[in-house]
Design a protein around this ligand. Structure first.
Ligand code: CO
Ligand code: ZN
Length: 331
């Protein structure tokens, strides 16, 4: 599974430009699906089974990044705006990669002074794409994603885009383990444009028309120094969401997940997130409403290039997802 994780986290795919990630995932899941479809927005919908409850599982393919807006005159510097929720203090000196492989480096105003300490707005930043020869292949309208290779430290995996390629990897692995055997109708949707407002999951949920929704996404942890108190910790197992800023999980969904985890001996913890939400909050308001929950992978340093997860938590999330959809569902 580690090979798939590496392939997915190192792939290029800022919101709205998920085509490379989609191709990689399609290749991985093709043998394990009864049908595969790409909807008009680019969501990859992979379905297995035909009876029971209709379950939509969502994991988003897109990642945060930058969108160049204009070139500063006579320079290789591009001004940019954000794609998704960038953390200003993580930008200076960071590297981005454009679709053609060009690496850009992010700089900021007043490098010798205030730029080191106070970086408030995106408009103090620029990205250097000069190649020393005056070529201008990269310009406004060419989006970039952050660039870093995956690293390992014991059971920890560290990479850009764990949000949410680790969720994609969990869903891919679940499809593989199910091997088309389920009493339910399970549509795993690899969604587009989550980071810019759940814009893929909502129309996908309308099309799939599920009875139940489950998002697979990362969640922050409360186990860092001098941070907000939060019960989730790295290594504490699959996080079963109770709620976040966009979503109150119905008690019936919570109990379904908790009982499954206990029956199968899967380590789990309960999650309440006060910053952010997931595709589940989009699915729950599709059509006449869809009871939805989420399985979250605990992750430190979310929205930096060093998003850190623990492989034991990842395994717990796969086991929980498989257990939920491989058994008859009575809700
Ligand atoms: Co995110
Ligand atoms: Zn995410």
């Amino acid at each position: 599974m580690k090979d798939v994780i590496k392939k997915l986290v190192e792939a290029w795919g800022p919101s709205g430009y998920e085509h490379h990630v989609r191709a990689l995932i399609r290749e991985e899941v093709e043998p394990y699906c009864d049908s595969i479809e790409v909807d008009p927005l680019g969501n990859l919908i992979c379905t297995v089974g035909s009876g029971g409850k209709k379950v939509m599982v969502a994991a988003h393919m897109d990642e945060i990044g930058i969108m160049p807006l204009f070139r500063e005159p006579n320079s290789g510097y591009l001004r940019f705006s954000n794609i998704g929720g960038l953390i200003q203090t993580s930008l200076l000196g960071n590297r981005v990669r454009f679709e053609d492989g060009t690496i850009g480096v992010i700089g900021a105003h007043d490098y010798f002074g205030a730029g080191r300490t106070t970086l408030a707005d995106y408009d103090v930043f620029f990205v250097d794409v000069s190649d020393g020869n005056g070529s201008d292949n990269i310009g406004p309208g060419n989006p970039a994603a952050f660039w870093r290779e995956m690293s390992e430290r014991g059971t920890r995996l560290i990479a850009k885009s764990m949000d949410d390629r680790i969720g994609c990897a969990v869903a891919v692995e679940a499809l593989r383990r199910l091997n088309k055997q389920t009493p339910n109708t399970v549509s795993v949707v690899f969604t587009v444009q989550e980071e810019v407002g759940l814009r893929g999951a909502r129309p996908a949920a309308y099309g799939v028309d599920p009875d139940i929704g489950i998002a697979i996404d990362v969640t922050s942890t409360g186990d860092m120094i001098k941070n907000q108190k939060m019960a989730v910790r790295l290594g504490g197992g699959a996080a079963i969401k109770l709620g976040d800023t966009g979503h109150v999980v119905p008690p019936s969904i919570r109990d379904w997940m908790v009982q499954r985890a206990e029956a199968d001996g899967i380590p789990y913890q309960l999650e309440l997130l006060t910053l952010g939400t997931t595709d589940a909050s989009g699915i729950q308001i599709a059509r006449a409403g869809v009871p939805s929950g989420a399985i979250s992978i605990p992750c430190r340093f979310v929205h930096t290039v060093s998003e850190t997860v623990d492989l034991r938590d990842v395994e717990a999330c796969v086991a929980l997802l498989v257990g939920l959809v491989a058994n008859p569902i009575e809700l």
